[in-house]
Design a protein around this ligand. Structure first.
Ligand SMILES: Nc1nc2c(ncn2[C@@H]2O[C@H](COP(=O)(O)OP(=O)(O)O)[C@@H](O)[C@H]2O)c(=O)[nH]1
Ligand SMILES: [Mg+2]
Length: 469
């Protein structure tokens, strides 16, 4: 990747639409624009930056008209990427877009190059327009599946997380400055009262960094949604419950036990949060190999879930498979997961009651419904909404929560280094060594915003963007 070439890419998705935007960025963006696009009223005054003008896209080699399009020029440095940016708003047909992009690339020896995924955003980062946490927030906005995910990403984009991290980093660097004084007078003995002050300062920082680190539990649920796995014996009505929640016939429902074999996933918005539902193969001993693999997937999905929806069939007596499902709930709850039991098929004569389920060891809320009746969806939704709310509502410092594993790892590294620094400070170890740990913590925090970054990290981050972003 070279920063001094000019890149081009469609900024809108492939396919037909009212408008498609072709975006160029780099030193030759305006030159290329002038070659391939001509205003229809060339004498209507000087063309101003950041204003749209109507014109024709014409192939300079043949003079052929390609499209009629609006063009806008956004000069550096106050542009998306910090470079000269030109955009063409073409008609939204895939062929038109391909031809306009091809023209930009073919525009003489000084043509543009097709952008890599995320390259516009990467340039914005490299040119200091946004920091790394803000760049990641852009990807999160595009991927948001719920109101809360969108709100969290927008708050990160507006710098809430970056400011919090910068504040922590500034405090770490202040401790380093404190140690500098000691380094300058290092031929004298280490003054322990002063060291205890340093250790106490570090201790306070550890608490603040830990708070942000632990906010990942909440931030991830907000960003990715709460993963709920529906489990139960074959024919209990798991797929019917998925369909009831989704309001569509997403999963196949039959009276034949063992119909669902693979894990079927779909998401709904529940209040401000996304609930990612997984319907699974019924839990039972099976001689059928495909079904056995399906059951293994059920167990794996349940293990990874934040939430278990356990379905019991009230029209049948309690069976060994139901005991397996109860064991699954217990196992999940030992890992702090939440669960809801559903006693299904209330419309049929009852062979299994909520009381019996309690006696058999169910310690989670039990909701009695009939999954084949659409009017049962609202009570189920509201029960789940309340439980999800309780699960996500873990307090976070100043409402800010991290949502990316990369940020959590950086904070864990910073925590480790700060703990080492605190111990070294109290053990009367030379200030230079304490300072090394303190700076390791500062670097780890700096990695979140990209003050400290490597090509590998940038590659990994921007790979998840689409072309043209
Ligand atoms: N009467 C009645 N039948 C139900 C109810 N829920 C599911 N069923 C039926 O039970 C059978 C199995 O349902 P399904 O959702 O495929 O169960 P799964 O194997 O747990 O996914 C199907 O014939 C459904 O129509 C219910 O609440 N009442
Ligand atoms: Mg099923």
């Amino acid at each position: 990747m070279y920063l001094n070439d000019t890149i081009v890419a469609p900024a809108t998705p492939v396919g037909a639409g009212a408008v498609a935007i072709v975006r160029m960025s780099g030193p030759r963006a305006f030159e290329i624009l002038a070659k391939i696009w001509h205003p229809i009223r060339p004498r209507a005054g000087a063309r101003e930056p950041r204003k749209l003008y109507l014109g024709d896209v014409i192939d300079p080699a043949t003079g052929a008209l390609i499209d009629r399009a609006l063009a806008v020029a956004m000069p550096h440095p106050a542009s998306l990427t910090g470079e000269d940016v030109a955009e063409l708003q073409c008609h939204g047909g895939p062929l038109v877009v391909r031809r306009v992009v091809a023209l930009a690339i073919a525009a003489g020896a000084a043509g543009a190059r097709m952008a890599e995924p995320g390259e516009f955003t990467r340039r914005a980062f490299l040119n200091g327009r946004i920091d790394l946490a803000e760049a990641e927030a852009i990807a999160d906005i595009v991927a948001a599946r719920s109101d809360s995910a969108l709100a969290q990403a927008l708050s990160h984009l507006s710098g809430a997380l970056s400011e919090r991290v910068a504040h922590l980093r500034a405090q770490v660097i202040a401790i380093r400055a404190h140690l500098e004084v000691e380094i300058d007078f290092s031929d004298e003995d280490i003054a322990m009262p002063s060291r205890r002050t340093v250790a106490a300062d570090i201790e306070r920082l550890i608490a603040d960094v830990a708070l942000l680190h632990d906010s990942f539990a909440r931030g991830r649920l907000i960003r990715d949604g709460v993963r709920a796995t529906i489990v139960g014996k074959p024919n209990a009505g798991k797929s019917s419950i998925l369909n009831l929640m989704l309001g569509t016939d997403r999963a196949i429902v039959t009276a034949v036990p063992g119909t669902t074999r693979d894990v079927i996933e779909d998401s709904i918005q529940l209040g401000p949060y996304a609930l990612v539902l997984s319907d699974t193969a019924g839990v039972r001993e099976s001689g059928d190999e495909v079904e056995r693999i399906g059951i293994e997937r059920t167990l794996r999905s349940a293990r990874d879930a934040d939430f278990i929806i356990a379905v019991f069939d009230s029209s049948r007596p309690f069976e060994a498979e139901d005991a397996d499902v109860i064991a699954l709930i217990h196992d999940h709850r030992t890992r702090d997961g939440a669960a809801l039991a559903i006693l299904n098929k209330q419309d049929l004569p009852s062979k299994l009651s909520a009381d019996e389920l309690r006696e058999r060891g169910v310690r989670v809320p039990i909701l009695a419904i009939s999954a084949i009746h659409a009017e049962q969806a609202p009570p189920l939704r509201s029960e789940l909404a309340q439980m999800v709310d309780a699960l996500v509502a873990v307090p976070a410092p100043e409402g800010i929560a991290i949502s990316r594993a990369r940020h959590r790892e950086a904070l864990a590294t910073a925590l480790g280094a700060l703990k080492n620094a605190r111990d070294a400070a109290l053990a009367a170890i030379p200030p230079e060594i304490v300072a090394v740990e303190v700076m390791a913590a500062a670097d780890a925090l700096g990695a979140i915003t990209g003050d400290v970054s490597s090509e590998d990290v940038l590659d990994a981050i921007f790979r998840e963007f689409c072309i043209g972003k």
